[in-house]
Design a protein around this ligand. Sequence first.
Ligand code: SF4
Length: 467
Amino acid sequence: MQVTAMHFKRKAGANLRNEKLQKALEKLQSKFVDGRAVVIAELSDFEGLRDAAAAIRDRVLNNLDGYLQHFEQEATARGAVVHWAETADDVNRIVAEIAAQHGVQRIVKSKSMVTEECGLNDFLESRGLTVLETDLGEYILQLAKEPPSHIVAPVVHKSKEDIADLFEQKHHRPRTTQITELCREAREVLRPGFLAADMGISGGNFIIAETGSVLIVTNEGNGRLSTTLPRVHVAITGIEKVVPTLEDVTTLLRLLPRSATGQSITNYVSVLTGTKGKEDADGPEHFHIVLLDNGRSRLLGTELQPMLRCIRCGACMNHCPVYQNIGGHAYGWVYPGPMGSVLTPAFVGLENALDLPNASTFCGACAVVCPVKIPLPDLLRQLRHEQVKRHLRPWQERAALRLWSWLAQRPAWYALGTRLVVRLLCLFAGSGKRLRHLPGVSGWTNGRDMPAPTGRTFRELYRSGRT
Ligand code: SF4
């Protein structure tokens, strides 16, 4: 997927003015925020569970190579083939080779953000293969030729009317806005695709070291059809998704759906282990697992390592006031919201995503809801620090901060400076006591009035005892 994170401000502005999008984003509150609050309340010790989940993820990250080797041994012993991909291009090449090796022509896919990271669909289609997305949201986006705007609800930016129009245009059937009818229509179109597919591609929410299994959670059943009907199954996931034991996974599973969709458990939890056995009615004859690095190992041992705990639940974006107002496309890559504002610069380079670490009010809601306790505001602050250190911020901003730093270390000059600024602002504001235009901060005053200072500085008020 192309990186367009440098257009963040322009896209965010346009999205704020997009009334249809604003209406669609209202779903976040009722569907995800309120839903999460209800199911979290079912747990007697939610905070204890978060601590346990964070500890599991940290244990893995502190010995990632060991757990990955263990996973490879166990998966291989059960008939799977494990492939190591350093980059997104490696994933594409490996999957194309597997397809060629098994004479594959038609592929069905269940939802996978890692394959979005790699641009896998476009690559395979450029090789003459047919790729059909089977998650309903992803299928809609494939028809619309759009990227996902949310990691759990990829089509959250669309209304049912948008989808009705799209289905009418692409399926050539009578238009309906009934959700059950739209689902039935999609099912009828997708079902022959499952039956004809030679290969199924899935992601992996977790991979389990002790059994060599890939675990996926879905609500639509398309994951099971994609991974068990075709003769070849390829699971693609990031190297950080490894978890030591099934017991550990159950801890994480108590948090993932609750944090993601406000469900105690998803409709389907599939643990996929090895190839089809002699006694099995279903299952793939060939099972390939592709493990992607793509910059993840670079984060190990750095201040950003905690970001690798992420279990992709989406709670941080559902609760983020910035995401709630601009949606996911503004962030310009696969991962939106607070987690994306850390992951995108980390994966594609800070210089290619300059605004993302600043796309935060630092309200802290993301850190409060994150089930694995990732300190997202601290990580964003760390990236901002890095930007300043590498001189990546505009020169005006750096000059202003240098001036402020110089003044802040000289109390007498600071007091004089603030007195002057306050008097000037009062003068600009006039009798209305509101600043409508202020040179240098037009980004603020173009959208709202700024109240003028009351006339005296804090120091003056403090000295006169009127604090
Ligand atoms: S950062 Fe935390 S809240 Fe956000 S998607 Fe990852 S696990 Fe979920």
